[in-house]
Design a protein around this ligand. Structure first.
Ligand code: CA
Length: 536
């Protein structure tokens, strides 16, 4: 470890000279970071998922808030993100706020509507697209619609039939008379009526069969688009009609056409927590993106590639999976934008999947972030935060400082168990050049410098790939670049990219976990263990 660090410092000592001579060397090799970046203003972005509650506190109550997010926009922008997804910000009873009580307000714990408008304007100024969680599948049981519907049902006489004419909110939810004897149905008071709550009794599922309800949600979408959001993250879309993909697609078609009519460049990303064969089908709705569960989590492709052994988890299998996902989603929508992510707020944090092996934690970044589509990073992943077990633990305070009482630090959800972070806090990692943070930042920079990485059509270079080498081309607007990944934990690898076959290629940039150089000479690329190179 010490040796690797020393080697890395030597490289940095040489960097000054390289910067001076960069003009004569061209934009290749070790000086790639100095290249100018023009980020394209479209929906192929690099998104940062923020749980406001645990992100940054501005007023000393140790609960994160919108002003806290505003105060960290420099950090977010400097890291290279050009999109932000805020988990729910509307008034709710729970700490996570997925149980909305009022769709047209900001939860007072997070601040005011003026704070939100300020955040949206600040993001807009910086070219950061801001999307918010839109929870349509259910409301809070404390939402006035549900409260009124229930008191209406409770007021009915024994032989009176409920009617939406008497109480419009009655049809907003899924009520039935008689006990369905299911653990997702709950009794309305002491009546014979029951309501559906897929997640828990406090979150009654809505009825998308109600045009009046859809009208309410259209007003909600208009409201937030006018406040300056650039789109929505759509929660729990597979539960709109649980088990009925086709009906869910219809609901999403309605959402998509409504939002795009109001704001054609809006970005919509849906959470259809399903296998690839099913979530691919959701693209038929026209929604831009669905989260790529195939690659995510403790048993997804990224983890399998780095932490599991065997042929099915090889570098070659990784390249195959890139193509498999692309082809599956394009079958349903030609211009589908994949939404790769590694973990989100419902999953244990990734450092644990890698047994806190820093080299693997770093290498996971390019395996996720250099994927085609819109890549998402959950706050704190860029510094290798810890968090596993109950949901609260996965949503722990952003580890800005080792001092838990430092300015901006939050206390985290009430029922969170203390999580021990195995890597340094953000403050320290920002300063250290060889940190996980630095590696994430370089990865995002490489993505931003090469528009083909996010937007390109992927194809495998089968003659080049093997157990340790993943090799793909990405083609976008007539230009093709090549990405080579050395996923061997221990070995340097050489790959031949002959001029006859691939044309004259140069190194456009590279990532190397130990800081070693990727070189190219006479068509032979030398890749240190755990490195990625972009050739163009
Ligand atoms: Ca606060």
């Amino acid at each position: 470890m010490g040796k690797a660090k020393r080697k890395f410092r030597n490289i940095f000592a040489g960097l000054l000279i390289l910067v001076i001579t960069a003009g004569s060397l061209g934009a290749c090799g070790r000086d790639w970071r100095g290249k100018e970046v023009t980020v394209i203003d479209d929906n192929y972005r690099t998104w940062y998922e923020i749980f406001v509650y645990s992100f940054c506190d501005s007023d000393g109550d140790q609960v994160g808030d919108l002003q806290g997010v505003i105060s960290k926009l420099d950090y977010i922008e400097d890291t290279g993100f050009n999109g932000i997804w805020l988990m729910p910000v509307m008034p709710a009873s729970s700490y996570h706020k997925y149980d909305v009580k009022d769709y047209l307000e900001i939860d007072p714990e997070y601040g005011t509507m003026a704070d939100f408008e300020e955040l949206a304007a600040e993001c807009n100024k910086r070219g950061i697209k801001l999307i918010i969680d839109l929870v349509l599948n259910h409301t809070s049981s404390e939402h006035p619609w549900f409260v009124e519907a229930c008191s209406y049902l409770e007021s009915l006489g024994a032989d009176e039939e409920p009617s939406a004419e008497d109480c419009p909110y009655y049809e907003y939810y899924n009520f039935v008379k008689g006990n369905p004897n299911s653990d997702v149905w709950y009794q309305v008071g002491s009546t014979d009526y029951y309501y559906e709550g897929m997640f828990w009794s406090g979150m009654p599922d809505v009825n998308f069969g109600s045009q009046a309800l859809r009208g309410e949600f259209e007003a909600v979408m208009d409201f937030w688009l006018e406040k300056g959001v650039g789109g929505f993250r759509l929660d729990a879309v597979k539960e709109f009609y649980s088990g009925a993909t086709g009906k869910n697609v219809e609901v999403l078609e309605w959402v998509n056409s409504y939002v795009k009519a109001a704001k054609p460049d809006a970005y919509l990303v849906g959470e259809a927590w399903e296998g690839l064969g099913t979530y691919a089908q959701y693209y038929a709705s026209g929604i831009d993106s669905f989260f790529d569960f195939e690659f995510a989590g403790p048993t997804g492709v990224v983890t399998r590639t780095l932490a599991f052994s065997g042929e099915n988890n090889s570098a070659q299998a990784y390249a195959k999976a890139l193509c498999r996902v692309q082809n599956a989603i394009r079958e349903y929508r030609e211009d589908a934008i994949d939404a790769p992510f590694f973990v989100n707020h419902d999953m244990a944090r990734a450092a644990g999947y890698m047994q806190y092996d820093e080299r693997k934690v770093k290498m996971a970044a390019p395996l996720n972030i250099l994927m085609s589509g819109s890549a998402f990073v959950y706050y704190g992943e860029e510094i290798g935060m810890s968090g596993s077990g109950k949901d609260e633990n996965k949503r722990a305070p952003m580890y800005w400082s080792a001092d838990a009482s430092a300015e901006g630090m939050t206390k985290g959800p009430l029922d969170m168990e203390p999580q021990e972070n195995m890597f340094a806090c953000a403050q320290e990692q920002i300063k250290a050049k060889d940190s996980i943070y630095g590696f994430y930042k370089d990865t995002i920079l490489l993505r931003n410098q090469n528009p083909e990485i996010a937007r390109g059509t992927v194809a495998r270079l089968e003659e080049v790939e093997d157990q340790d080498i993943a090799a793909v081309s990405k083609t976008y607007e007539g230009k093709t670049i090549y990405l080579l990944y050395n996923i061997s934990e221990t070995d340097e690898k050489q790959v031949t990219m002959s001029a006859e076959q691939y044309g004259e290629l140069e190194i456009a940039g590279y990532l190397s976990v130990d800081g070693g150089e990727v070189t190219m000479k006479d068509g032979v690329v030398t890749l240190p263990s755990y490195s990625v190179v972009v050739l163009r």
